[in-house]
Design a protein around this ligand. Structure first.
Ligand SMILES: Cc1ncc(COP(=O)(O)O)c(C=O)c1O
Length: 432
């Protein structure tokens, strides 16, 4: 039976907004959320990869409360300390030479800003995005989003000048290449280069935008040589490389940003989600030389860089640093991958376990076909047993395993036990 809040929500909130569960949560603390009856859940959705340091982290709560007593809103009219403090912190964690920022409220808004900046600075119009990408839900962002046609259906026409290139997702490769092939001589870069000969001259491309690890598209990490080659192509043709690190940022992969795993530095870095532990905030960062070409008034916002959100972001970054959470996640994620790999080896419905740090995708198949039914069943069993998980991928056949960086080894093990039990229930067949 639904709670009264769920019933009222169903009545008044548009069905276009699809909730991932039908439970009502009244409180969150650390790794856990609690429903109205006091049932406790391990929250491995992390508010869709946002509460990276757990729910209501004490330093963040305190910083936000203090800021609320002083100034809640500035509206772009005057300077205030928390936004500048945040810049000081961001400079210490974003890759060199990123040293200037624009703040907004959501990932989509920041991606819009990134596209505007790239067009403004290069005086070129075209954008290259990748098959399977998710960049947000504004009209500009859905023009770049192809993780699922449901995000685009009946909304066209889209932003002109957007070209979609193939992304190396071995499990769904139309050319039937395997992961080893995709990680090496990936055909996708060859196809992109041929797009430059057939479809759009590289001299007319403003930006290439990519998630280093596709999120909504199925938790698919780009192979390292692929991203390196993209950087090389962008440099060669004067194209700006935008990394959408909305989901991969702020410790999610056990580094501040996923690009550190790749040794690739973007021209524009897009950040949101985990930046402020759940307060609405996003940012795009670029080098001063690029930012200074963006004339005063060329972009703006009323709510972006809200003083309370910025104070929360400063406290979030301080917490990750002071508590050594990246180091802890690096260490514990080895344990996680080992246990998940054991699960993969035991159950033939698990075809892949992939990712970096605490951004892990578990792919379910029936034979060679994606198996969304198995993923759904497993997720539901986990929910019943006190573990919240999200799915992703074109067919919803990938389960995202997203612990907060603050999770203890015991909490990780408890979640893994619930998950492996649910997989066992969904498939009694054990590989020999
Ligand atoms: C990679 C990526 N980019 C952009 C977005 C959009 O962010 P928002 O929902 O805050 O607009 C998301 C959201 O899931 C995302 O995962």
């Amino acid at each position: 039976m639904h709670s009264k809040v769920v019933e009222r929500g169903k009545k008044f909130i548009t069905p276009a907004f699809a909730w991932s569960t039908e439970i009502e949560i009244v409180r969150g603390e650390g790794t856990f959320v609690y429903d109205r009856r006091g049932k406790k859940y391990l929250d491995f959705t992390c508010g869709t990869a946002t509460t990276n340091i757990g729910h209501c982290p004490p330093r963040v709560v305190e910083a936000a409360q203090k800021q609320m007593e002083k100034l809640i809103h500035a509206g772009g009219n005057y300077y205030y300390e928390s936004v500048v403090d945040l810049c000081d912190e961001l400079i210490t964690i974003t890759p060199d030479p990123i040293d200037m920022f624009f703040f907004s409220n959501s990932g989509a808004e920041a991606n819009e800003g990134a596209i505007k900046l790239a067009r403004y600075v290069t005086k070129r119009t075209n954008i290259i995005a990748f098959r399977g990408a998710f960049h947000g839900r504004t009209l500009g962002c859905i023009s770049l989003t192809t993780s699922n046609v449901k995000y685009r259906r009946d909304y066209g026409p889209f932003l002109p000048g957007v070209y979609i290139a193939p992304f190396p997702y071995a499990q769904q490769c139309p050319l039937n290449h395997d992961a080893q092939f995709c990680a090496g001589e990936c055909e996708c870069t060859t196809i992109l280069e041929s797009m430059f000969r057939h479809e759009v001259r590289p001299e007319e491309v403003a930006a290439v935008i990519i998630e280093p690890i596709q999120g909504e598209g199925g938790y698919v990490p780009a192979p390292k040589p692929f991203l390196a080659k993209l950087r090389e192509l962008c440099d060669h043709h004067g194209i700006m490389l935008i990394l959408d690190e909305v989901q991969t940022g702020f410790g999610r992969t056990a580094k501040w940003f996923a690009c550190e795993h790749y040794d690739v530095i973007p021209d524009i870095l897009v950040m949101a989600k985990g930046i402020a532990s759940g307060f609405p905030l996003s940012a795009l960062g670029a080098n001063r030389k690029v930012m200074e070409k963006w004339s005063p008034g060329a972009h703006g916002t009323t709510f972006g860089g809200n003083p309370v959100s910025c104070a929360a972001a400063v406290a979030t970054i301080e917490t990750i640093k002071k508590d050594g959470l990246l180091e802890q996640a690096t260490e514990l994620s080895r344990h996680l991958f080992n246990r998940l790999t054991d699960i993969k080896n035991d159950y033939s419905i698990v075809s892949d376990v992939r990712g970096f740090g605490y951004m892990i995708g578990i792919e379910f198949v029936n034979g060679r076909e994606p198996d969304p039914e198995a993923a759904k069943k497993i997720r539901k069993t986990c929910e019943k047993n006190g573990l919240l998980l999200l799915s992703c991928g074109l067919y919803g056949h990938v389960i995202r395993f997203l612990p907060p960086l603050t999770a203890t080894k015991e909490e990780l093990d408890a979640a893994l036990d619930i998950l492996s039990d649910a997989i066992k229930k969904a498939t009694p067949m054990i590989r020999v």
